[in-house]
Design a protein around this ligand. Structure first.
Ligand code: 9Z3
Length: 346
């Protein structure tokens, strides 16, 4: 079986712009930690075909809101895929329905922010989420066909739908919601890299709210099988490389004045706060929101340099359908106010 050492000594082709034709991975590793440097990653991988369109839309949106003096939040949401084949039939996925991101987007819009919603294609979207991913009711069940050939909303649901539709139209008409998508890890990394640098011109007025579930492991392009892996060869053994630590340059280079909020997801309670604190120390950003897989919809821990606080829903609030994001976002807006005024977190 190929182990991690074999990978570390593997020879990678260098990007076309390089003067050398090949180098060993050791030369590309970040501080000898066995993780490839993000800039090297970008130079060795092809950007997504729709990156120019992504940049054009985002630049126009950011320019518009910069002129108006608005605050803008970049929300990443949903899971990234890691393809196992170049012509991809199979891939590894990361857990996330996109509920956290889509719900948070609505509360940021309510707080007056313009929202760039960078999400996994077909995962939950703000406002639509109430109708597209309802486990008990399909979208067509909200509608009633009429004799005259038109369609109306079932009166049972019309009141609630009207409220959501009003908010959705308000966001659209004021051009405060930009939907952009990604699918693969590579797609995500290129778009985060480019997107955060476009938002950087907003300086302190930008929030980077990184709720997407991003894979920690991937198969470098050079090691990907071109065609579908055949089952006739028997059991398959996968060796995955570590994903570059992109939070480091995001904090220090790409988005250095913005308020950066990352999420830490754990399944073992004991690890949550220590690992969130370690991330904060390692990357030097402002807020880590810790959440447990099973309780993520009712409790989170807001972790900052010298302080932390738990935000929770009471059993009664849970019963009434109150969403934890209705507590997270006002808390972050308060932190952001302070960040803009003083350069410190509140
Ligand atoms: C989160 O922790 C999100 O809150 C969830 C939301 C993915 C749990 P849903 O979309 O779930 O509502 O179904 N996101 C970050 C997950 C992540 O990959 N974090 C990395 C880590 O924990 C750091 S970037 O190490």
């Amino acid at each position: 079986m190929e182990d991690q050492n074999t990978i570390v000594h593997q020879t990678y082709p260098m990007p076309a712009s390089s003067t050398t034709t090949a180098t060993t991975t050791e030369q590309l590793l970040d501080n000898g930690q066995g993780v490839i440097d993000p800039e090297v990653y970008f130079s060795m991988n092809k950007p997504p075909a729709n990156l120019p369109e992504f940049e054009e839309k985002l630049t126009a949106f950011v320019d518009h809101h910069q002129k108006l003096g608005n605050r803008v939040v970049l929300i990443t949401s949903g899971g990234t895929t890691v393809p196992l084949e170049n012509q991809t039939v199979r891939f590894i996925d990361n857990f996330s329905n996109g509920t956290r991101g889509a719900t948070s987007a609505e509360y940021f819009l309510e707080a007056g922010y313009a929202v760039v919603f960078m999400h996994r294609q077909f995962s939950l979207e703000p406002y639509h989420r109430h109708y597209t991913h309802n486990p008990t009711l399909n979208f067509l069940d909200y509608l009633v066909p009429k004799e005259d050939g038109s369609v109306s909303v079932d009166p049972k649901y019309a009141g609630e739908m009207n409220k959501i539709l009003m908010k959705y139209h308000q966001a659209k008409e004021s051009n405060r919601l930009l939907l952009l998508d990604f699918v693969t890890l590579s797609d995500y990394l290129f778009k985060l890299h480019s997107g955060s640098r476009i938002l950087a011109r907003l300086q302190q007025k930008a929030i980077y709210y990184l709720a997407a579930a991003v894979s920690d492991f991937f198969i470098p392009k050079q090691k990907l099988s071109e065609h579908k892996i055949q089952s006739r060869d028997g059991a398959m053994t996968l060796t995955l490389d570590q994903v570059p630590k992109f939070l480091k340059p995001l904090v220090s280079l790409w988005a250095s004045h913005g308020l950066i909020v990352s999420f830490k997801l754990e399944t073992d309670t004991k690890l949550l706060v220590p690992k969130a604190r370690r991330a904060l120390e390692q990357y030097g950003h402002q807020v880590v929101i810790g959440n447990m897989l099973t309780t993520r919809k009712q409790t989170v821990t807001m972790i900052m340099k010298d302080k932390e606080r738990v935000l929770s829903l009471t059993p009664e609030e849970l019963h009434q359908g109150v969403e934890i994001e209705s507590k997270i976002i006002p808390d972050l807006v308060h932190i952001h106010d302070h960040w803009i005024e003083t350069g410190f977190t509140a």
